[in-house]
Design a protein around this ligand. Structure first.
Ligand code: NAP
Length: 332
């Protein structure tokens, strides 16, 4: 029996388990030349999938209702009739939320379990690590001695951004949603300071205290009121890297946010959004740097690994409840 998770409803506001359905079925897994049979081992759940669950136009097509959802997956090749893959290889790529599936190999990369834990190819050595490296270096343009603020700091992207900031010689302040996460920012990831946005009444003041020289680079994973508070503290020529806006992904009303323009004008500051795939040509450089820092123990990572294929939807929903530290991954 093969299990597949389909999108049952387009979520209204915060996703719920009713928006997903797990179905069991017998698929024909016989393959032709140029095809492989894959067994899913790890599934990445990511905040951006929320956007694909709505029908709104975006940089990728919406998921179709009653069809399998897909995301980053690590799978094992059970059988191959493809020149580039052998039985027993491990691959990473965008695949369906299915326990087993047939692929033509397009878009799949082999990954080496002897070099790093397989799950890391979805995190620090995968899409979120690439996002952290490319967004920070290409848009943030960090310089030694500057101050970097990171929101969503204890998450997959944020925890790597902060550590790269430290490697590059910046003062790094992280914003996260629990005291435990704030402690982790300092003890595990080497941030200089952390702020719990859920217990801090005056975020504008807390950021000013943590960043006495002002903010030169803001790596924004969350948007919303946290990002408004950072704006009050930006320096002349500050760069804001608009990576994500999880605080507003589930909004059904138009967000009430302050106007950013006066802050940008008076500080000659910039703000730039990006999609990690914009920087595809930088990926080899990024992977080299990230794996080098990992090998030298300059970079570390956290993962929240949820067990069981059926728990993929709950793990996805829990991203919006802040249940993860580092990368949220499901082990099938
Ligand atoms: P993540 O940070 O590992 O997980 C999401 C975290 O967001 C949660 O753990 C939670 O932590 C925080 N959060 C949830 N609701 C929030 C709210 N209302 N306000 C503030 N924080 C909230 O996820 P990730 O994969 O690393 O992604 C981080 C951001 O980057 C997301 O916005 C994502 O869409 C974006 N992203 C963009 C690209 C790109 O190409 N531009 C690529 C990857 C990811 P707390 O406990 O701290 O609240």
């Amino acid at each position: 029996m093969i299990k597949t998770i389909i999108l049952k409803n387009r979520p209204e506001g915060k996703p719920t388990l009713n928006d997903f359905e797990t179905i069991e079925h017998d698929d024909d897994l016989s393959i032709e030349d140029g095809e492989i049979v894959l067994e899913t081992l790890y599934v990445s759940v990511d905040p951006y999938l929320r956007g694909r669950m709505s029908a709104a136009k975006s940089y990728v097509e919406p998921f179709e209702l009653n069809k399998p959802i897909h995301s980053g997956v690590i799978a094992k090749v059970l059988e191959s009739k493809h020149d580039n893959f052998s039985d027993g290889d491990y691959v990473s790529g965008m695949l369906d939320w299915k326990t087993k599936q047939v692929s033509n190999g397009k878009g799949l990369q082999k990954v080496d379990p002897t070099k790093a834990d397989l799950s890391t190819y979805l995190g620090v050595l995968g899409m979120t690590g690439l996002t952290a490296y490319c967004g920070l270096t290409e848009i943030g343009k960090p310089k030694e001695g500057e101050t970097l603020v990171v929101s969503g700091a204890a998450g997959a992207v944020g925890s790597v951004v902060g550590q790269i900031g430290k490697i590059l010689g910046l003062r790094v302040i992280g914003i996260a949603g629990t005291d435990e996460k704030v402690a982790l920012l300092k003890s595990k990831f080497g941030f200089d300071a952390g702020i719990n946005y859920k217990t801090t009444e005056n975020m504008k003041q807390a950021i000013a205290e943590a960043a006495p020289d002002g903010v030169d680079v803001y790596f924004d994973n969350v948007g919303g009121p946290i990002s408004d508070a950072v704006l009050f503290n930006i320096n002349k020529f500050a760069r804001t890297v608009n990576c994500g806006a999880i605080a507003v992904y589930n909004n059904t009303d138009l967000p009430k946010s302050i106007s950013v323009r006066p802050f940008l004008i008076k500080n000659s500051a910039s703000m730039q959004g990006f999609i990690v795939s914009n920087f595809e040509d930088k990926f080899p450089e990024a992977i080299k740097a990230l794996s080098g820092w990992l090998a030298d123990n300059k970079l570390t990572y956290s993962e929240t690994i949820v067990e069981g294929f059926e728990n993929i939807p709950q793990a996805f929903i829990d991203l919006f409840n802040g249940k993860n530290k580092g990368k949220m991954v499901v082990k099938v």
